[in-house]
Design a protein around this ligand. Sequence first.
Ligand SMILES: *Cc1c(COP(=O)(O)O)cnc(C)c1O
Length: 358
Amino acid sequence: MKRDTIAVHAGRPSEGPLSPPVVLASNYRTYGYAREEGSPTWEAFEAAIGALEGGESVAFASGMAAVSALLEPLPLGARVVGPAVGYTGVRMLLDARAAAGRIDLAEVDLTDTEAVLGACEGAALLWVEVPTNPLIGVPELDRLCEAAHAAGADVVVDATFSTPLLLRPLELGADVVVHSATKFIGGHSDLLMGVATARSPERADALRHARGTLGATPGALEAFLALRGLRTLAVRLERAQATAAVLAERLAAHPAVSAVHYPGLASDPGHERAARLMDGFGAMLAFELAGGAAAADAVCERVRVVVHATSLGGVETLIERRARNAGEVAPEALLRLSVGIEDVDDLWADLDRALGAG
Ligand SMILES: *Cc1c(COP(=O)(O)O)cnc(C)c1O
């Protein structure tokens, strides 16, 4: 079956209600405590994501909870190859662990295949993001997995921006794929959740163990909502992605815009890789303004349909000022757009007016 169909049907009970109900339980009769054993509502969500990814899924309280559970078991001093440009929360967590002497961190440009390969020697873990935040760069995932494995490193892919529909990290060689389900999977900006999916059952067991000991368990309502969100992911994404392509073209032609970062543009450095590795170019794009940081702030203030807010992946289009690197005091005029499902011309009219003459 195609993944759009799996997203609609996987994880349903075989009898009784068509959709898995919210089960509120910390413990079960005789044996079983939810923090260790899980709960039927999480399990339904895990079954659905696992079916999409082709692995065994473990749901977490948030994307960062899943990330922490993946980093926690690393031995002291383990070499980790991670993103020089990537999701801020992950970069800050890696930096903090490196500063405390817990890991030996090599930060690389994930889109520079040779640089990543050069850093993998002796590494325990390669952490990849596809596409990368905030520049929507596309790492060469299949080659990176092959080389990392040859060097003895595991590969974890944060595929939050791709969603489980546009990228198959486990098929491309990754050991674990992680998502912030807070974003496209939930899709409605009303929950926090994460999910990690492992190729091997042993790795999934280790993740469940880490979830239990770290106490990073999701809420039943969140798991219910995340699965409900997953049911409509294909149609939301199809719409948002088509709109993103139109907005990217129009932004690229706008006099106030100096650069657009979107792998769907034929001129984008990630275009060929994305066309080869992904099943779509996604709904995230970034652009830079000729007028600098002040112009970027002005756009955020002027938008009326697009919402000036952090986060991504919801039905509503969001715009946010981004620094290229964590800790950097945003010297540049980079704006990140998470495209939602509103009418494309309403969105463009709003952006065009907010951009002004530049
Ligand atoms: C949001 C996000 C996370 C963290 O997820 P939370 O659910 O906010 O904890 C990790 N990686 C990426 C790429 C994200 O966008």
